[in-house]
Design a protein around this ligand. Structure first.
Ligand code: ADP
Length: 464
């Protein structure tokens, strides 16, 4: 089958979070299953895109209302990612460093979707399936079905994969004229909450809807920023498929970033050597347990709870623990996290920013990974942590509930119910007890490393 993935992110070409990891991995595994897989993203000004060779395969103009933007489609020449990567270059809209966060994001992503469909329409073959990801591509199933110019694509099945229901790409009907001409009798399909809601449109029009974990599918039926009733209506065509991880990129035995590679048999020494390196960089004590956090500093990740939880845990156990935070996002949270630095020097440190290599070293060198998320559609970090023998300390929500079972219930992690400072601190106390009992600690680390979260075991679910 010829499968298209259309997305705002794809690792390593453009990454903000887990969406990139999934779109950079799932297609690779689908290719090994024998499918012809093509991934399409916008052409940003990123390191990967600048440093790799692309060949131009198509050029034209994309019409966005009264605007007309020149665009070109470029294919990465070597297919070294394990699938064909295409970028849609619309210079005025995408030749920028960041993926999101601009005032004209609506214009950018509507133009991206139209340009992508224009190109697909002009190709000789019609794809067998088009897999859209998140709200940035949510209008595609609508346009394929209702826009006059895409009628050739009307019967092509579409999948909308929801990586986050929080962001929905909402804009006013004053921008309706951006869309290619369609029968206005169907204008109601675009509407949700008196506006055009790109995610809702995708949910309504896609042939199938997937969420990135089964539990998240249950949760969004009750709580999804106003889309609850819609999710209930489309239950029949919805499926929760747990994300996998790219075991080639995330492998402690081969990871080039680590100072010491290790397998399950040498887990203690391997982790300790990486921990020493990490503690050396961040002025921490490698003889003490290391709790880390990696992620976007946002309320949905529970990052706003970290300053107080860290301060309390450190005050209570000053001579017993290290805490290290890697993240970027909300500046208030970052400031609050940094304000703790003078009081807890030697036990606590932060890296405010985005650093892929550092994330790898932290997964290897930490003892525990904190994930106090309020919302976690799947969460990849807990799976990376398990693979590196690091014990996830999580709030039971979304995909965390599907993947992390408390060790006292026979699982490989530490779990709590509430997104609260008290619950995080209780989990840290339980982790400390576990850390003292090295036999249990190593047993849990090892069994975590043995869990198979690879895409090879789940990617088939996307094509059946
Ligand atoms: P989300 O997509 O909601 O941010 P996930 O757990 O699904 O959360 O995926 C996050 C991905 O982004 C992981 O690969 C994680 O390691 C990475 N990541 C997030 N923040 C940072 C950061 N500051 N530096 C390096 N990697 C990060």
């Amino acid at each position: 089958m010829e499968l298209f993935h259309i997305s705002a992110e794809c690792y390593p070409a453009a990454k903000v979070g887990g969406l990139a990891d999934v779109v950079g991995a799932l297609p690779k595994y689908q290719s090994t299953e024998g499918h012809d897989v093509r991934v399409v993203i916008p052409g940003y000004d990123t390191k990967f895109i600048n440093e790799n060779e692309f060949e131009c395969v198509h050029w034209s103009h994309v019409k966005l209302g009264n605007f007309n933007f020149p665009f070109s489609v470029h294919k990465e020449k070597t297919d070294k990612l394990g699938f064909e990567l295409y970028i849609i270059a619309i210079q005025e809209l995408f030749d920028r460093k960041e993926v999101y966060g601009y005032e004209d994001d609506i214009e950018r992503f509507v133009a991206f979707q139209i340009a992508t469909l224009d190109w697909i329409l002009g190709r000789r073959e019609i794809p067998d399936v088009i897999n859209c990801h998140d709200h940035h591509t949510g209008l595609i199933p609508f346009m394929m079905f209702y826009a006059y110019k895409y009628q050739k694509l009307k019967n092509t099945p579409t999948v909308l994969t929801i990586h986050s229901g929080l962001y929905q790409g909402i804009f006013g009907f004053n921008k309706l004229y951006y869309l290619p001409e369609f029968d206005l009798a169907h204008v109601g399909v675009l509407e949700w909450g008196n506006a055009i809601n790109s995610l809702a449109v995708g949910i309504k029009c896609a042939s199938a809807v997937t969420t990135v974990s089964p539990n998240y599918l249950n949760e969004i039926n009750h709580s999804s920023n106003g889309l609850e009733s819609l999710f209930n209506m489309v239950r029949q065509k919805s499926k929760g498929i747990l994300n996998g991880i790219d075991e080639k990129v995330w492998n402690p035995a081969t990871d080039k970033v680590l100072v010491s590679n290790y397998t399950i048999d040498a887990i203690e020494n391997g982790k300790q050597e990486n921990k020493e390196k990490l503690c050396d960089i961040f002025d921490l004590d490698p003889s003490k347990p290391l709790f880390s956090f990696i992620g976007r500093l946002l309320e949905e990740k529970g990052a706003d709870l970290l300053p107080q939880a860290s301060a309390l845990a450190l005050a209570e156990n000053l001579n017993e623990i290290n805490i290290l935070i890697l993240g970027s996002g909300n500046e208030t949270i970052a400031t609050e996290l940094n304000q703790l630095l003078p009081d807890y020097k030697g036990n606590y440190n932060t890296f405010i920013g985005y650093n892929e290599d550092l994330a790898h070293l932290i997964f290897a060198g930490s003892d525990f990974l904190l994930m106090p998320s309020r919302v976690e559609p799947c969460g990849l970090n807990q799976m990376y942590a398990l693979r590196y023998g690091t014990i996830p300390v999580v709030r039971r929500t979304g995909g965390l509930k599907d993947t992390v079972i408390d060790f006292e219930d026979g699982g490989n992690g530490i779990c709590h119910e509430q997104a609260s400072v008290t619950d995080i601190c209780t989990s840290i106390r339980r982790a400390l007890k576990m850390y003292e009992d090295k036999k249990t600690l190593n047993k849990i680390r090892k069994s975590g490393m043995q869990i198979d979260h690879s895409w090879s075991s789940v990617c088939k679910e996307y094509t059946i």
